[in-house]
Design a protein around this ligand. Sequence first.
Ligand SMILES: [Zn+2]
Length: 187
Amino acid sequence: MAKANYHIRRKCPICGTIFEIRTIDAVYCSHNCSAVASKRKKAQEEKEKKYEQMAKEIPDIKEYLTAAEAIAMYCVERSTLYRDIRLKKLPSVNLGQRQLRLKRSDLNERYELRKKVRKAAQKPIPKTYNMEPENCYTIGEISEKFRIHDSSVWAHIRKFSIPTRQIGNYVYAPKSEIDKLYKSIKL
Ligand SMILES: [Zn+2]
């Protein structure tokens, strides 16, 4: 019997089987493979949601990221990230046992930001600060609380563009920003 020559064959992207399609939009060889594909898709979406949530919580001023944070922010798989670190394609610093850190500028150079992260960065939320003294620290208080010399406090305030306000002899900076700053940078 002559074989019909209009049969279309496709390769199942899940199991690799070559199969004859029954409908033109068939992608998978079987219900089984189709179920596997939809499960994978769901898992991927879950993963991306987790990344998005994590990325949202990383302060903009944080200069050194953990590997998990880097993966949450950038389009890079865990295995690729660690390979790049191992091959020294991506510089890293080690602050101690299991304390690997990656510099944001190095990551920016090598990887793309994830789409959701990029979108969030594009529409900055206008920041409003409560500059009333009760919501602020004086420079002296900051220096005392975080055990940092005045001059370093000033340097950080300038570097991270933290707003200040002078009342009498005192200069005030918002507690929220200062707390966030010293929580996120390693002293
Ligand atoms: Zn299949």
